[in-house]
Design a binder for this molecule. Structure first.
Ligand code: HEC
Ligand code: HEC
Length: 359
């Protein structure tokens, strides 16, 4: 995070009127993005829209300022199958906007039907992650984006070929000039544009946010409100899926062993493989729970099919292993408490930006 400008929290954006105005600014911002004609990057710096209710300001690295043309270029690249080795796979194949930016399957499926070994996480709110991937092996969205483009089992692209393909398309040359001030097309710029687009994929202003931060009494059901009580109390979920007084990231950005994959042969090592520390064995990054109703199946290995199964898994205290997090204990939830918890989790579906695939 050193290079990031972490802007101050926006706790004062409280009233409904203010929030409405913010939503309008967002809409205008997205609408004008494709129409920017200036040769130099227009609107740089000033173009970070205020975050939706329940979220903090998005951190933006100093060496990759946001501007509307860069967001639009990133959106096109995100859906661009020609970046892949055989022209069949784009980022959106596994991070499909209609599937909560995941793929509704246990694993990612790349070129030639090749199957990865982890569940594609949503990329909603990935802009806030201190580390990317389940084991945190990438430090930024820019660094992360190179991975799948070149990975043989994902997009299987080749750096020289990607650059050559994009250079041959006049529309992209224009877009790179608008986004970066010159037509130079490099893999570094490709990843910068994609990361910039990802910084606009925010899920906030959910019924839960409107109830908890916006004080709209009827935004969620009585069951969901009780479920939040269990999430904070008896369930102890907030220990890792944080809810603060100004924002609800629903993750602590840390790594924990909750037992998933501990029964595998060999057991899943996760963070331990990156840090080489025995104490990190079996730890994976706490994911956000926003839009969780849409991103089944769950966990790093997609081993739990439904939210009911996830709740039952935690109720049992997770799978015992020598490194299990001390906060994992049998919860002894009643049937009603389980269904209340489910109602709460369903109230975390956000107000998403309107993302369309380019023609
Ligand atoms: C073949 C499927 C597939 C494709 C294509 C793909 N991804 Fe992913 N993505 C995954 C999987 C699986 C993971 C988790 C891998 C891991 O943690 O080891 C992931 C992880 C991520 C993450 C990390 C999110 C987090 O919370 O840690 C981001 C961001 C991301 N992908 C963005 C992209 C971008 C941008 C592209 C296109 C350049 C892309 N992905 C293409 C399957 C895919
Ligand atoms: C000790 C920290 C910790 C606690 C306590 C905790 N979680 Fe988690 N949660 C995690 C981690 C880490 C993962 C990812 C685990 C993995 O894939 O191996 C996760 C994954 C999940 C997922 C799946 C998300 C996805 O995108 O696949 C859900 C849903 C979830 N937790 C809900 C809960 C609920 C509900 C509670 C309380 C009953 C809870 N968690 C308590 C750390 C925690």
């Amino acid at each position: 995070m050193e290079r990031m400008i972490a802007l101050s929290k926006m706790g004062s954006w409280k009233s409904a009127m203010e929030r409405f105005a913010l939503a309008a600014i967002w809409a205008i911002f997205l609408a004008i993005a494709p129409a920017v004609e200036a040769a130099a990057p227009a609107g740089e710096g000033e173009s970070v829209p205020p975050p939706p209710l329940g979220l903090d300001e998005v951190p933006v690295p100093e060496d990759n300022p946001m501007n509307p043309a860069k967001i639009e270029l990133g959106r096109r690249l995100f859906f661009e199958k020609r970046l892949s080795g055989d022209g069949t796979v784009s980022c959106a194949t596994c991070h499909n906007p209609r599937r909560g930016f995941s793929n509704a399957r246990q694993y990612g499926i790349g070129i030639g039907g090749r199957i990865g070994l982890r569940n594609p996480p949503t990329i909603l709110n990935a802009a806030y992650n201190d580390h990317q991937f389940w084991d945190g092996r990438a430090k930024s969205l820019e660094e992360q984006a190179r991975g799948p483009m070149l990975h043989p089992a994902e997009m299987g692209g080749d750096e020289a070929k990607i650059i050559q393909t994009l250079r041959a398309l006049p529309a992209y040359r224009v877009s790179f000039r608008k986004a970066f001030g010159s037509e130079k097309i490099t893999l570094d710029r490709v990843t910068k544009a994609i990361a910039t687009f990802e910084r606009t994929l925010l899920s906030g202003n959910s019924p839960f946010d409107r109830w908890f931060f916006g004080e709209e009494k009827n935004a969620i059901s009585a069951a969901a409100a009780r479920g939040f009580g269990i999430f904070r109390g008896k369930g102890n979920c907030v220990k890792c899926h944080l809810v603060d007084s100004f924002s609800a990231p629903l993750t602590d950005h840390k790594f924990h062993n909750v037992g998933v994959g501990a029964d595998g042969k060999p057991p899943h090592i996760g963070r331990g493989k990156i840090s080489k520390l025995p104490r990190d064995r079996g730890k994976f990054k706490t994911p956000t729970l926003r839009d969780i109703s849409k991103t089944m199946p769950y966990m790093h290995d997609g081993s739990l099919n439904t939210l009911e199964e996830v709740i039952d898994y935690y109720d049992r205290g997770g799978l015992a292993n020598s490194n299990l997090d001390p906060d994992m204990k049998p919860l002894k939830l009643t049937q009603l408490e389980k269904s209340d918890m489910l109602a709460f989790l369903m109230s975390l579906d956000g107000d998403l930006p309107p993302i369309r695939a380019p023609r």
